[in-house]
Design a protein around this ligand. Structure first.
Ligand code: GDP
Length: 717
């Protein structure tokens, strides 16, 4: 059974932690399914009728729930006599879920980017491409759907070099196209692989036929040139006119891919089972094992970036010192939790990647972020289409554990005696929220439970009860994000809810430095109150947050009151002086003060700090910040004018516009507050032909003229 497969791949050198990323509809699901089919232990190519096996598989999928399957699946593949283990990590191709993509990019080592052979580069593929760029994830480009009418490998390839990277180069070419697409030419081995059916059962490997020889020579020369550009050994041979062997070229390609200096391009049709096996070969041949990756982290003490090759690096949770580990099972354990999910059959699942050491079911691990010990319950893994329990997982593995209590996405699990803190995963703060209430009052408790589950799964989705109104407020990345969640409440939990008006998560900050002295003095009758704090508030860069600086000298304020002052300031940041929105990016320094032997205590200083901070901000040119959304709209030529007009009337700025076949892709930025209802407005303006996506970009100052209406709205609530 599959257990022997797990044991067969001992060396993590043969591991591939792989992401398959794509624009919606490019064929990610079909490709993943075909990979699982061709790698399936019990469904060796040719043994089982493909159609039947796939249907079986899908049926079981439905019955079992797809949670585990969709987050991480293991497959095995053999190449050149070596058995490889491919862990496929899900990366959603959908709009609005940037955070989901980012967290999977953190734990995967290489990716296959799937393109639609007719559409070429689409908005989502370019977005994910550049996210992968940020994490320096080596990539293969798989041009899919070449059997489709209108598919064009070369045009799609050109769109990759034009929009994504000039370092992309084909390592294989299609034979035939559309209905006639029936094989590929391997430009490295200079062989043709011909398919005789649409089931991928029989592939003939033979010499390139005469009609394709010239084309193959031409593109092999381009490939060698591209490799020679980044590889001295190949360059020398190439310039000397020497023959370059298959092995040399493969090594050259591998090195270039690992260094992100080359992106091989491959043809295929997942639906027709063509090109998938070759792609699997190339995944094993060219994409990195965990040991081939660089881990870059910042020394928190010096701010300097440090790079570790083939090791995982983090910080000592106590000293903050940078430490690293080899990616081996005999090192102290370290693992990163990258996703939480609730599976109806299994319960709470935490998905993690083990970087070093081993984790045993039933053992205890240390969460080095919150300092708590957690018991590892059952460990589950997916192998193709079956769920398996494991008693132990080790360096390089990706698995899920059932029943962790206090662990969040981005937390590090480690060995208590040798703790390490790995870089966490950053999630953007929500920018939009609205109140919800169950249509049936008695569902209140059920709503709380359902929201608890949904928020634990998605770190960009928040829910809380408003202290003042008792209302339940949900918050997220955009209207669509929240619509998806309310739909889940109905579909998965049977909860019908009323939805309030969407509200923007505004913030406040300051634009100038200001000094302020707050004196709290009540000394008439009974116990008195006394606290006196002199402070300076200063603006900080966007995203730097709150900072407290203590410059009190000579005991003008006794040490024991200082923490309460900091606390008072922090409490005050929850509601700014303009509209009661949270205050961000402000430094406050305390420089002087005085106290009273009897009437001063921690509470009086905390209260004085609370009011003092607000009063100081008022003097420091307070401003309102609003979330600016990146808007991406695909719109046919004839509607471009009305869409750009619409955006301008909403304080939008058009960033660029690119032709995409018959439509135009329009990129713009606009304040979230102006974009409510955009989807239906666009539908009306363009007779339903425009498709829009948006995501939070950054916070920017609200123009003076608009502030009053926002603040007025808030106070009128
Ligand atoms: P995803 O949204 O990226 O996961 O895309 P899917 O795998 O769900 O595919 C979207 C649609 O394209 C489905 O109807 C597939 O059957 C179809 N499709 C996927 N791969 C191919 C292919 O190679 N050729 C053709 N003709 N259709 C394909």
């Amino acid at each position: 059974m599959a257990g022997t497969d797990y044991a067969a791949v001992k060396d993590t050198k043969f591991y591939r932690n792989l992401g398959i990323i794509a624009h919606v509809d490019a064929g990610k699901t079909t490709t993943t399914e075909r990979i699982l089919f061709f790698t399936g232990k019990t469904h060796k190519t040719g043994e089982v009728h493909e159609g039947a096996a796939t249907m079986d598989f899908m049926q079981q999928e439905k019955e079992r729930g797809i949670t585990i399957q969709s987050a991480a699946t293991t497959a095995f593949w053999e190449l050149d006599g070596n058995k490889y283990r491919i862990n496929i990590i899900d990366t959603p191709g959908h709009v609005d879920f940037t955070a989901e993509v980012e967290r999977s990019l953190r734990v995967l080592d290489g990716a296959v980017v799937v393109f639609d052979g007719k559409m070429g580069v689409e908005p989502q593929s370019s977005k994910v491409w550049f996210q992968a760029e940020k994490y320096k994830v080596p990539r293969l480009c798989y041009i899919n759907k070449l059997d489709n009418i209108g598919a064009d490998f070369y045009k799609s390839y050109t769109s990759i070099t034009e929009h994504l990277s000039e370092k992309a180069v084909p390592i294989a070419l299609p034979v035939g196209i559309e209905n006639e697409f029936n094989g590929i030419i391997d430009l490295v081995e200079m062989k043709m692989r011909t398919h005789h059916d649409d089931e991928g059962k029989v592939i003939d490997v033979h010499d390139i036929t005469d009609d394709y020889k010239a084309k193959a020579e031409e593109w092999r020369a381009k490939l060698i040139e591209a490799v020679a550009d980044v590889d001295d050994a190949i360059a020398e041979k190439f310039l000397g006119g020497e023959e370059i062997s298959t092995e040399e070229l493969q090594t050259g390609i591998r090195n270039a891919v690992l260094a992100n200096k080359l992106f091989p391009v491959l043809p295929g049709s997942s639906l027709k089972n063509k090109g998938v096996q070759a792609m699997l070969d190339d995944v094993c041949r060219y994409l990195p094992s965990p040991h081939d990756k660089d881990y870059v982290i910042e020394d928190e003490q010096t701010g300097e970036e440090k790079t570790f090759h083939g090791k995982v690096a983090g910080w000592d949770p106590k000293s903050g010192e940078v430490i690293s580990r080899d990616l081996h099972a005999d090192e102290p354990m370290s693992a990163l939790v990258f996703k939480l999910a609730v599976d109806p059959h299994v319960g709470n699942l935490a998905f993690f990647r083990v970087y070093s050491g081993k984790i045993q079911a039933g053992s205890f691990v240390y969460n080095s972020i919150n300092g708590k010990k957690e018991r590892i319950g059952r460990i589950v893994m997916m192998h193709a289409n079956s769920r398996e329990e494991a008693t132990e997982v080790k360096a390089g593995d990706i698995a899920a554990v059932v029943g962790l209590k206090d662990t969040k996405t981005g937390d590090t699990l480690s060995d208590e005696k040798n703790p390490i803190r790995l870089a966490s995963i950053d999630f953007p703060e929500p920018v939009v929220r609205f109140a919800i209430e169950p249509k049936t009052k008695s569902d209140q408790e059920k709503l709380g439970e359902a929201l608890g589950k949904l928020t634990s799964e998605d770190p960009t989705f928040h829910a809380q009860t408003d202290q003042e109104t008792g209302q339940v407020v949900i918050a997220g990345m955009g209207e669509l994000h929240l619509e998806v969640k309310t739909r889940l409440l109905k579909d998965d939990y049977g909860l019908d809810v009323n939805i309030g008006k969407p509200q923007v998560a505004y913030r406040e900050t300051i634009n100038a430095e200001a000094e302020h002295r707050e004196l709290l003095k009540k000394q008439s009758g009974g116990a008195g109150q006394y606290a006196d704090i002199a402070m300076i508030v200063r603006p900080r860069e966007r995203g730097e947050g709150y900072k407290f600086v203590d410059s009190i000298k000579g005991g003008s304020i006794p040490r024991e009151y200082i923490p309460s002052i900091d606390k008072g300031f922090q409490e005050s940041t929850t509601a700014g002086p303009l509209g009661g929105f949270p205050v961000v990016d402000v430094e406050v320094e305390i420089v002087d003060g005085s106290y009273h032997e009897v009437d001063s205590n921690t509470d009086t200083f905390r209260t004085a700090a609370f009011y003092g901070f607000k009063n100081a901000l008022k003097k420091a040119k307070p401003v309102l910040l609003e979330p600016i959304m990146k808007v991406n709209i695909n719109v046919p030529e004839e509607h471009v004018g009305s869409v750009t007009g619409y955006l301008s009337s909403r304080r939008g700025i058009i960033k660029n516009m690119m032709p995409r076949g018959k439509t135009n892709e329009l990129n713009a930025e606009a304040p979230l507050g102006e974009l409510f209802g955009m989807t239906s407005d666009l539908r009306n303006l363009t007779s339903g032909t425009a498709a829009a996506t948006m995501e939070p970009s950054h916070y920017a100052e609200v123009p003076g003229g608009v502030v009053a209406s926002i603040v007025g709205e808030k106070s009128g609530e």
